[in-house]
Structures are given as C-alpha cells and as structure tokens.
Design a protein around this ligand. Sequence first.
Ligand SMILES: C[S@@+](CC[C@H](N)C(=O)[O-])C[C@H]1O[C@@H](n2cnc3c(N)ncnc32)[C@H](O)[C@@H]1O
Length: 296
Amino acid sequence: MGRKKAGKCERPVHRGKDTRHKMKGKTMETFTEEMHDALRASMEPELEGAAVVKLPCPLAMWDLGHCDPKRCTGRKLVRKGLVHGLRLNQRFNGLILSPAGSRYVTPADREIVAQAGVAVIDCSWARLEDTPFSKMVGAHPRLLPYLVAANPVNYGKPHRLSCVEAFAATFCIVGFQDLAVLLLRKFKWGMGFLELNRIVLERYAASLSEEDLLAVEKDYLSSTPQEEELDPFDVDSGRTCMNLNRPLREEEDEDEDDDDDDDEEDSEEAETSEKEAAATTSCKESEDTISAENVG
Ligand SMILES: C[S@@+](CC[C@H](N)C(=O)[O-])C[C@H]1O[C@@H](n2cnc3c(N)ncnc32)[C@H](O)[C@@H]1O
C-alpha cells in the first residue's frame, strides 16, 4: 500500500461536527436526518431486507471478479441494494478507498462523503498487482489509517479490511457512525469491527488534519501491543479474544448468508452480532480454516 507522508488536505479542515454547515446539494441537517431514518428503517424487523433502505449518499464498488461472490462482503451489499456497481473507466466523484491511495481518510472528508459518497474496489489482496487502479477514476482516492480487520478471513490483520469494514471505517472517521452500523449489521461478525477498533476510530474521528491523524496512528501503535505480543489469556489487556478451543463453524465463514437474503436471516444476524461482538473476537487468524484466495 502506498503509505506516504502526510500532505495538505484538499479542503479546509474543520471539526466536521457542525450540522448547520451548508453543502452544495443537501444541508448537513437533511443528511443527518436521512441517515437516522435509514438506520431506523434498516432495523425495522418487518422492513429489514424487504425494501431497499434509502441511504443519504451513494455507495459504489468496482468489482474485479477476483473473489468468491458468496463470501465477498461487497457483493453482499450489492445484493442488498445498498451499493451499486461501477464499470472500469467509470468515474466516481466521492471518496475512493484504495490500497493504491496516498492520502488518508480524515474528518475533513465529511462533505465529500455527504455529497458524493464512497466507493471501494473489490479485488483480492493477493492480486493487487493485477488490479488496474488507473481505471478506477476519481479525484479523491484514499487510504485508511491503521485499523484491524474483524472479518473471519483476515481477523486481526492490520489494514486488510473487507469492503464493508472499509466503508464502515470511513463513515466512523467522518462522523456518520449510523451508516457504519447500518452496513455492519448485515454481517454476524460486523459489529465486532467497531468493538475491536472503537478507541482508535474515536481518536481518528477527532483529528484535526491528516498530520494529526497520522500522529494519532503513530501514538496508538506505540501504545498498543501488536498481534504477536498479545496474550489471549491476559484478562486486563483490553482486547477481547475468543475461546481458542472453539472451532470456527461453517456458518461463520466470510459470508454467512446465501442469495436468499431474506429478512429473517438478516435480523438474526443483527441480533447475534452484539453477542458475537462481545464474546467472539479471535486472536487466531482464521486463514487456516478458510482459504484466503476465495475472499481476497
Ligand atoms: C482488497 S478488497 C477485499 C474485499 C473482500 N474480498 C471482501 O469480502 O470484502 C477490500 C477493499 O476495501 C477497501 N480497503 C480495505 N482496506 C483498506 C485500506 N486500509 N485502505 C484503503 N482502502 C481499503 C479497498 O477498496 C479495497 O480494495
């Protein structure tokens, strides 16, 4: 990933919390209201999965076809009608989350997200060299700062987020946490991502500039034991670890649902997600159980 020095942000930095701020399209008040409505609608048991929830900004994805469609988090969001597909060479005007980015998502990106949305590139981590990043065109490519994946394939790995985790992280950093929750609730393990990264996400969301955000990252990394130093039996570590004796069940695979995508299943996922978040986070990578090739 092209981690470069902090540069100047494209737009003037502001705290990003001023809901009175006027935007070109809709006001921040309208956006916030629509965001709350979307989360509420997505949590209505009778609506969940039945109708497409209207999001306040577009979410998009270039699909490189590298991943197993059943296990890919981006494809699942497309099936749910929450994300739309983009063609190669098709331009996207919002933030583009890209391993080839050089600038970082910061709270100053709030307006870009609110007006033009967020896109991801659904490709395999193992095939970044085959990925034609130049054909995913837009003015705002972005890297995410240090965050740890909670998805079952790359659990515990820094930076290797799935598409849904990347969307969610962006929404948290720019202050639209409801949208992060709305997307993550679609996955059993989803809320575990917020649990795992809560402290650092809050700090990123409070940063004043890209430089500040990178200082937060550096400080966090120097004060947090890294994976190899983690003792899963240290109850005071502040990290939750799953029972290492508990085998990963088949249905805990990357994508726990199938194409049925029915409501009941989704609300079950949502209900279980909080329990999962509290009780299951693994200090053990799960790649020995699930082939990483399938999910990238
Ligand atoms: C490489 S794909 C893998 C998708 C995975 N197969 C899934 O099921 O979601 C993940 C995408 O999420 C975004 N992403 C993940 N981690 C990122 C990071 N640290 N910085 C920028 N974008 C990131 C990028 O768009 C990246 O291409």
